[in-house]
Design a protein around this ligand. Structure first.
Ligand code: FAD
Ligand code: EPU
Length: 343
């Protein structure tokens, strides 16, 4: 079944709760329906945007063309000895997949518990948390090309994964509608517990180490640090953690005692939260937008904000960090749509 709505209200379809409307919204439940919609959009010249659960987007007032939501919800596994290939439809809720895998003893996704959003969006920014990035558990995906509506299989190399990045994120317009992702998991549990927060939480929980326990620890840390979008609208980290040169890192360390720098290539990845915090932004607000009091990487909609208010506020923070520390902050969420003309 395919659902089509015109002038659809998207405010409840993005976790920042920004007011926005789509000229057309299509909720497709089968791959063939997505192919049909893509062909139709091609004929009519409608721009295609894809939306999952809207937990990593800043929506402007209006999304012209056609918004496609792939509501594809299957999960199945193929076991090959110690290896397990898990195929999941793009519309499956990410955390449901994590729980399903843990329940069946398919290991590898436990550190990624409770990340909001859908399976289909996971490759877009190569989701990551607490020492694991999706890339390391990824096998391949299936996607409908928006150029010719054909179904393509993309392996890891074709996806160009990076830190919160992939080829899909670099495209201006959606070139692919991802319909299924296949993960390569293991029947053997190999715990990843280097992240200090997770280690501390595991020690507090006690008991034998298991995948369920790691997921539990991650969930507890996340609940403590990040606001629940159902109560306080947000899109998770608003900025990526920047990588700076070794020389810049030394200069910053002199000003910010104890600054951690994770080696990446010939530079160092540092904490954007620390920089924003040091500029005094924690808890500050302007109109309907604010910096979360506990985690300054998270911007929250305190009520009534529009996409452009969030973007203006984010720019003020990035400008301040740039002026004081000479570090450029990059947005993590994708910005979709356009604003109504002023007046
Ligand atoms: P959406 O926000 O709907 O879309 C995001 C982008 O992906 C858009 O550009 C959209 O066009 C595109 N897209 C979505 N689905 C498809 C598809 N099927 N085919 C093609 N393109 C598609 N992220 C992390 O990496 N780590 C975290 O720890 C983390 N924590 C978060 C905590 C909170 C409280 C919140 C609100 C967000 C957090 N995020 C985190 C960000 C977010 O959860 C992820 O980016 C998630 O993958 C987004 O899924 P979604 O379905 O909501 O995607
Ligand atoms: N910090 C401060 N002040 C604060 C809070 C934090 O200075 O008030 C500094 C501290 O130095 C702390 C550091 O921030 O050690 C790191 O904090 P945290 O462990 O929460 O990590 P993060 O850099 O804020 C990143 C990801 C998260 C992911 C966590 C766990 C990015 C942009 N964000 O956050 O991902 O869940 O690590 O791995 O990489 C997301 O992408 O949306 C997201 C939430």
């Amino acid at each position: 079944v395919i659902t089509v709505a015109r002038d659809a209200d998207l405010q409840r379809s993005n976790t920042l709760a920004l007011p926005s409307r789509a000229d057309r919204l299509v909720i497709a439940r089968q791959v063939d329906e997505i192919r049909e919609v893509v062909s139709l959009c091609g004929e009519r010249g409608w721009r295609i945007e894809v939306l999952g659960e809207g937990s990593n987007v800043v929506l402007r007032d209006r999304l012209p063309g056609c918004v496609v939501r792939p509501d594809l919800r299957w999960v199945h596994a193929e076991e090959q000895g110690e290896r397990v290939y898990v195929h999941a439809g793009a519309g499956v809720h990410w955390h449901e997949l994590v729980r399903w895998c843990i329940g069946l003893g398919f290991f590898g996704l436990e550190n990624l518990a409770l990340i909001p959003g859908t399976v289909g969006a996971a490759p877009i920014q190569n989701i990551g948390a607490y020492g694991v990035e999706m890339e390391s558990r990824f096998d391949h995906l299936l996607a409908v090309s928006t150029r010719d509506a054909r179904l393509e299989r993309l392996g890891r190399d074709a996806c160009g994964f990076g830190y919160r990045d992939s080829v899909f994120k670099r495209d201006g317009e959606a070139r692919f509608v991802i319909v299924e992702v296949t993960f390569l998991l293991s029947r053997t549990f190999r715990p990843v517990t280097d992240y200090p927060d997770v280690r501390e939480e595991l020690a507090r929980l006690g008991g034998p180490l298991s995948a369920a326990r790691v997921a539990d620890a991650v969930i507890r840390v996340r609940r403590r640090k990040l606001p629940d979008p159902r109560h306080v609208p947000n899109a998770g980290s608003f900025f990526k953690n920047p990588t700076v040169t070794e020389a810049r890192f030394r200069a910053l360390s002199a000003r910010l005692p104890g600054l951690q720098g994770f080696p990446v290539g010939d530079g160092r990845k540092i904490s954007a939260a620390r920089l924003i915090d040091a500029c005094g932004w924690k808890g500050r607000r302007a109109g309907g937008v604010g910096v979360w009091w506990r985690q300054p990487l998270v911007l929250v909609n305190l009520g009534g904000a529009r996409g452009q208010d969030v973007l203006a506020f984010a720019e003020a923070i990035a400008d301040d960090v740039g002026d004081r520390f000479g570090v450029e902050l990059e947005h993590e969420p994708r910005i979709l749509g356009e604003d109504h003309a002023a007046g």
